[in-house]
Write a new protein. Sequence first.
Length: 104
Amino acid sequence: MEFAIIQTGGKQYKVSVGDKIKIEKINVKEGARFIFDKVLLVSKDDSAEIGAPYVKDAGVEGEILKQARDKKKIVFRYHSKTRYRKKKGHRQHYTEVKITKISH
């Protein structure tokens, strides 16, 4: 099984060809191709190449499926005995990507 570990948006993701992942928003139009160049590890069958910090000449190609906003998360702050209550909602922007190719 072939997989790679990529870094984007301050997070790391383990991806294989055909995976759909939700990542932090990147400014690329829907339907376009995007190459992740920060590849930390590439594994093929029994061998693995680990970068220091990134694997040289490696890339993971993905197709942008959609740009959207996540479900609303409620942020509620409360202090007891002081009548302090604050309720706020937050919707995070995200990009959905389908991994099409792992090159090494």
